[in-house]
Design a protein. Structure first.
Length: 90
């Protein structure tokens, strides 16, 4: 039976991919093009309560940015969780 462990090379590739994504994110923040991320965080923390439609639009935009490779999976999951927490159930 297979143990389900990933190979060393695969783990190295995954770690390299995450490191590259982190460096890209840092470069964007340094250049000031990270304003989109800052705006999203401000809307989650300090902004007025968004309607469910507005939250879903932001989730769709988040999915587009992830699909375009603008963010890694960890950042995507974190931001999606923040947005989903804003959905109100009546």
């Amino acid at each position: 039976m297979a143990t389900g462990r990933s190979s060393f090379a695969k783990r190295q590739r995954d770690m390299a991919k995450k490191a590259k994504a982190q460096s890209k994110r840092e470069k964007k923040l340094e250049k000031g093009s990270g304003d989109d991320l800052d705006d999203a965080e401000e809307a989650v923390d300090d902004g007025p309560k968004l309607s469910n439609d507005q939250v879903m639009e932001k989730v769709a935009d988040l999915h587009r940015r992830y699909d375009d490779g603008q963010m890694d999976l960890d950042t995507f999951d974190e931001e999606r969780a923040n947005l989903m927490a804003q959905i109100s159930v009546d």
